[in-house]
Write a new protein. Structure first.
Length: 163
């Protein structure tokens, strides 16, 4: 087996709850000889237990269609895990998801601040964006409700963001 991306593997596993939390807070150190070595972030060691490890091992065996041995060590993420990725760039899938959510939030807030309607409301009526009111639109919402002319965005801004 080669060393595929841990986040991609997780997407293919049939796990949930505590087992998913355990997996999402690990980084893949290596896969060799049907052994998957994971490094669990020390702050999440409470997720490690025999039952969760057994279920994760079972899901990995199903995913790879092989008898997989799972080895999880607890440590500091970024201190090891890969020779090809700089140490300060190593993230657990949970850390990656949190960073991506933060980035989407910052982009949404910047888009509102740059919006011409918002700028006009601020200039002409001394309006302000209500702190915490800007939320990124989910990818699913974009697919479900396409905006043809910006009218929906303006309505949402008027009703929920500006005071």
């Amino acid at each position: 087996m080669d060393n595929p991306d841990w986040r991609n593997i997780l997407q293919g596993l049939s796990i949930s709850g505590m087992v998913r939390q355990l997996a999402e807070n690990c980084v893949l150190q290596k896969i060799s000889d049907n052994t998957v070595n994971l490094l669990l972030s020390a702050g999440f060691r409470q997720l490690q237990n025999v039952k969760a490890e057994k279920r994760l091992q079972q899901a990995l065996s199903e995913y790879f269609d092989a008898d997989i041995k799972l080895e999880i060590t607890v440590g500091t993420i970024g201190s090891s895990a890969s020779d090809t990725v700089p140490m300060d760039k190593i993230e657990t899938p949970a850390q990656t998801m949190a960073r991506e959510i933060d980035e989407r939030q910052r982009r949404a807030e910047a888009a509102i601040e740059e919006d011409s309607f918002v700028q006009a409301m601020k200039k002409n009526f001394n309006a302000e964006v209500i702190p915490g009111s800007v939320k990124p639109v989910s990818d699913q919402a974009i697919e479900d409700k396409p905006v043809n002319n910006g009218e929906q965005m303006t309505t949402n801004i008027e009703n929920e963001v500006i005071r």
